[in-house]
Design a binder for this molecule. Structure first.
Ligand SMILES: CCCCCCCCCCCC(=O)SCCNC(=O)CCNC(=O)[C@H](O)C(C)(C)COP(=O)(O)OP(=O)(O)OC[C@H]1O[C@@H](n2cnc3c(N)ncnc32)[C@H](O)[C@@H]1OP(=O)(O)O
Length: 160
């Protein structure tokens, strides 16, 4: 079978992005509109599929699935795809905590290659607020395995 046929087959597949029992779905587009189209805007796409949640402490989490169009090393995610997830998820975490921001600096550590076609979890924490600077930390993992960690410096937008 030609490779392209195999790759496109997952377009038709439902991916289980359900959250943990105590998570509540978070309507990200309702908060930031079309800003999320680049990463999480296509729920049936072959690059990223995502769903956001908040836990009881209001921390933002996400389930992400990366498909064949996010490929870097064979069978694994491109580093830019991982960085894009961190940019969106950690920036959104600041918005969800009440800070209208853009990302000023993003530091990503790639700890293990992230396999395609597996659901992974993104967790985030707003760890400090200092004037206009909101620091958000995050991690992408599945089970015991961490794929990436990030520190994201978000800067509030004046007048927003
Ligand atoms: C709209 C809908 C979105 C909706 C968003 C939806 C969810 C988010 C998901 C996507 C997030 C993105 O990708 S956002 C897109 C990517 N990011 C961008 O394009 C941002 C481009 N950069 C900028 O626009 C600007 O540089 C700003 C706004 C970040 C800062 O400019 P400014 O407003 O003039 O403020 P400035 O005085 O320079 O900085 C304020 C304070 O922050 C510090 N600071 C600023 N940048 C840095 C930095 N890189 N590293 C360290 N520190 C920094 C300064 O030292 C200063 O500290 P002190 O002197 O006060 O101590």
């Amino acid at each position: 079978m030609p490779n392209s046929t195999v790759l496109k087959a997952c377009e038709q597949t439902e991916i289980d992005l359900s959250g943990a029992a105590d998570w509540v779905p978070f309507d990200a587009p309702a908060l930031v509109g079309d800003s999320l189209r680049f990463v999480s805007g296509d729920s049936r796409g072959d690059r990223f599929r995502a769903r956001y949640y908040r836990d009881a402490e209001q921390h933002l989490h996400a389930r992400f699935w990366l498909g064949p169009e996010a490929e870097g090393p064979p069978g694994h995610a491109h580093g830019g795809a991982v960085a894009a997830i961190m940019d969106e998820a950690l920036g959104l975490a600041a918005w969800a905590a009440g800070y209208p921001i853009v990302v000023g600096n993003l530091n990503v550590s790639f700890r293990n290659m992230l396999p395609l076609r597996k659901v992974v979890t993104v967790e985030s924490r707003v760890v400090s607020v200092e004037g206009r600077k909101i620091m958000v930390h995050g991690r992408i993992f599945r089970g015991e395995k961490t794929f990436a960690e990030a520190q994201c410096l978000c800067i509030t937008i004046p007048g927003k």
